[in-house]
Write a protein that binds this ligand. Structure first.
Ligand code: KIV
Length: 297
């Protein structure tokens, strides 16, 4: 059986000490998890971005722990059956704690994270810096590895006044650096830096001894993360500056579906080769008279 990438294995992956950059991508179901594994990614994130790219919400605030657990379980099942012959470890599976699942009490936070772990996550990710330290410590006490997430934190959309790049002013950059150091000191095994100037991401990366994984944070982090639907071109309504599309699956899917619709309408589908038939003797016992008969006697 294939081994799995672990939190301690991720934690040591600093580019400055000679490691290759970490590759993380989101996945929300079994087939995408299998694709990500076959492509050789290091980490899979069941992100609360599922709200926007799969469930059709405007932001990430509507999804619940139950939603994330449902998608995490699907991804875990996909990974359990994917690429058994690969020689490299299976990707590390991290799940997002959604908004309001780690904002009230430490007991609620640990119980919510436990639901994600029981669904198959090996660690959880939560947004925010020093003000989340109490919850992070409670999770670590419960032996649940924690990934931090700083900068443009989508769960703070209303407080931030929209999806805006963070840490652009001197003071804000200093605050981000202090948050990053606090997360690393608390014991987070890695942290996402989203929507921050590359210079700030680079300084943070040089200042913490755990890997930083950037999205819209430039090339100076210890890894990169993108949303699956952006990478493969399923999501084509918005193209943030930091996204690079490596495929055009939406166009491919629309073309395939249009061809299917045309074939159904013209009668070209299904063909003889795509059709089941009765054996002639059974057809006869049912009173069917010859191939193509449309009625049972
Ligand atoms: O939910 C998500 O997809 C994320 C990534 C953008 C890091 O948090």
């Amino acid at each position: 059986m294939r081994s799995k990438f672990t939190a301690p294995g991720v934690r040591v992956r600093k580019v400055a000490t000679g490691s290759e950059p970490l590759v993380m991508v989101t996945a929300y179901d079994a087939p995408t998890a299998r694709m990500a594994d076959e492509a050789g990614v290091d980490l899979i994130l069941v992100g609360d971005s599922v709200a926007m790219v799969v469930l059709g919400y405007e932001d990430t605030l509507s999804v619940t722990v139950a939603d994330l657990a449902h998608h995490t379980a699907a991804v875990a099942r996909g990974l359990a059956t994917s690429a058994p012959d690969r020689s490299v470890a299976k990707p590390f599976l991290v799940a997002d704690l959604p908004w309001m699942s780690y904002h009230t009490t430490t007991v609620d936070t640990v119980n919510n994270a436990a639901q994600l772990v029981r669904a198959g996550a090996q660690g959880v990710k939560l947004e925010g810096g020093r003000k989340r330290l109490v919850m992070i410590e409670a999770l670590l006490d419960a032996e649940i590895p924690v990934m931090g997430h700083l900068g443009l934190t989508p769960q703070s959309i209303h407080a931030m006044g929209g999806f805006r790049v963070q840490g652009k002013e001197h003071g804000a950059a200093q605050e981000l650096l202090a948050d990053a150091k606090a997360l690393a000191a608390a014991g987070c095994f890695a942290m996402v830096l989203e929507g921050v100037p590359a210079e700030v991401a680079r300084v943070i990366t040089e200042s913490v001894d755990v890997p930083t994984i950037g999205i819209g944070a430039g090339p100076g982090t210890d890894g990169q993360v993108l949303v699956f639907h952006d990478v493969v071109g399923i999501e084509d309504r918005i193209l943030p500056k930091f996204v690079r599309r490596y495929g055009d699956l939406k166009a491919d899917a629309v073309e395939a579906l249009a061809a299917y619709a045309a074939d159904v309408r013209s009668g070209a589908f299904p063909s003889e080769g795509e059709t089941y038939h009765l054996c002639p003797d059974v057809a006869e016992t049912l009173g069917l008279y010859g191939a193509g008969s449309a009625s049972l006697a």
